[in-house]
Design a protein around this ligand. Structure first.
Ligand code: SF4
Ligand code: SF4
Length: 447
């Protein structure tokens, strides 16, 4: 228990506990409950936004203990922020859960197995070079046919639970993607309209280098000069969402340093979780006198790729793509950043493309940063629900604007025995500009 001078009973410490003025805004109306994925699965009050806010209050007032059970309710939260969109009282659940998770990581003792698993995640994923090195054995596992053999014979089910969940999510790895790197500057085609920076991300840079390349090509085709600093690292989103506050601050400061040197008008992001975190740098670094003002200026420049394209009059001709696509809204785009019309507006510039709306679109697919690694069973249940809803629209392919969702939906499609292609929105736009035939897109491999 971490009693403080001002509040001797509280279970939290003095460093940014969940703020009273924030949790007191909750009027317990319950409007957020139907959009909460964990409440939808279990109907358990303490696994709803209202229940979790109540648990924060109990903890702050010293009427709960930091037990495994207490922590479990917060670990089960996906951080999908659907409750923010649904809340009529404007409760800032994002700030509450981030503060609570940072407290938990500082004050709660996790089991040794859980600690090792989390340390493995946080010492690997945010570091592209380490991740790239670690993926060579995974490439060999796939390229040698061992993966197919283990899956076809059912031996894959004998792997330890955590390893099995990683195996299930592992996208197809190609040598081209493992080696791919973009140049530091890509000139605009035609008259220059904007000079923008591109975030290449950490996991994104290694596993989705094709999405980054497509983003740069589309921006250039639309008249943007694209600056891609080679020394950029992780944005800190994975750390923020998991309560690893110091790591997150460190990543944020380094990214600000790197992009300040580029003097670009905007910083373009194609991963929703990264974008939502970078737009909040001003808040994240509010107590750092060296960075607080710079962080606000940096955050104001951050734009999702769909925001940038929606604001530009289309210039590059789009070839028709006679395809029916189920468009999946990423939570960190629709709920955390309030962006849902722009990706549709951008996709509508592709002739003959039909956009299908998915039932229960507000509910998370279960990807949620590292959620599908630390809570694999719940994530798989949500992934299966999302896939069922996507398939109910009868699409030719599924499109989203966030790499984590692509991996999660692709894994769900495999479980369901429906090998539909899953593409990032910008890959589809790139295909339309490049004139890729629809038939080639339909036969594309999994992400
Ligand atoms: S962030 Fe998502 S999972 Fe967490 S309480 Fe809100 S709606 Fe539920
Ligand atoms: S909708 Fe808002 S005010 Fe109502 S219970 Fe949920 S968080 Fe509280």
């Amino acid at each position: 228990m971490a009693a403080t001078e001002t509040n001797p009973l509280t279970i939290f410490d003095d460093h940014n506990p969940p703020a009273t003025e924030l949790y007191k805004k909750c009027v317990h109306c319950g409007f957020c409950l139907p959009t909460c994925p964990t409440y939808a699965l279990w109907g358990e009050e303490m696994d709803s936004p209202r229940g979790r806010i109540y648990l924060m209050k109990l903890g702050a007032e010293g009427n709960a203990s930091l037990t495994d059970k207490y922590v479990q309710h917060f670990d089960r939260c996906l951080g999908c922020m659907a409750c923010i969109t649904a809340c009529p009282s404007g409760v800032k659940y994002d700030r509450l859960i981030e503060a609570t998770r940072a407290q938990i990581e500082r004050l709660h003792s996790r089991s040794p197995a859980e600690l090792i698993h989390r340390q493995w995640i946080f010492n690997l994923l945010p570091y592209p070079e380490r991740l790239r090195a670690a993926l060579w054995p995974a490439w060999a596992y796939q390229a040698s046919g061992l993966r197919t053999l283990l899956r076809n014979t059912g031996f894959v089910k004998l792997l330890p639970r955590k390893l099995r969940s990683i195996e299930a999510l592992l996208p197809s790895i190609t040598l081209r993607e493992l080696r791919a790197d973009l140049p530091e500057r890509i000139p605009a085609q035609g008259e220059l309209r904007k000079r923008v920076g591109l975030l290449t991300g950490c996991v994104q840079r290694v596993l989705f280098s094709g999405v980054n390349a497509a983003t740069a090509r589309v921006l250039a085709a639309e008249g943007c000069e694209v600056v891609i600093p080679a020394e950029q690292g992780c944005c800190g989103a994975l750390s923020v969402h998991a309560g690893q506050e110091e790591h997150a601050l460190d990543f944020a400061r380094k990214l600000i340093d790197v992009f300040e040197r580029t003097e670009v008008e905007a910083i373009v992001i194609n991963a929703a979780g990264c974008g939502s975190t970078m737009k909040e740098y001003g808040y994240l670094l509010r107590n750092d006198p060296r960075y607080s003002e710079r962080a606000k200026a940096f955050a104001a420049k951050c734009k999702d790729i769909s925001e940038v394209l929606a604001a530009l009059e289309p210039r590059a001709p789009r070839h028709p793509l006679p395809l029916r696509i189920a468009y999946h809204d990423s939570c960190h785009l629709q709920h955390a950043q309030g962006i849902s019309s722009q990706p549709r507006q951008v996709l509508k510039t592709i002739p003959q493309l039909e956009i299908l709306e998915i039932p229960d679109a507000a509910i998370c697919c279960g990807s949620a940063g590292i959620y599908n690694l630390v809570q694999p069973e719940t994530a798989a249940q949500l992934g299966d629900m999302k896939v069922k809803n996507c398939l109910s629209t009868g699409p030719d392919l599924i499109v989203s604007a966030n790499p984590g969702c692509l991996v999660q939906i692709s894994a769900g499609l495999k479980r369901a025995g429906h090998p539909l292609p899953v593409l990032h929105m910008i890959e589809l736009m790139d295909a339309a500009i490049q004139g890729t035939p629809a038939t080639r897109i339909q036969t594309r491999r999994e992400p």
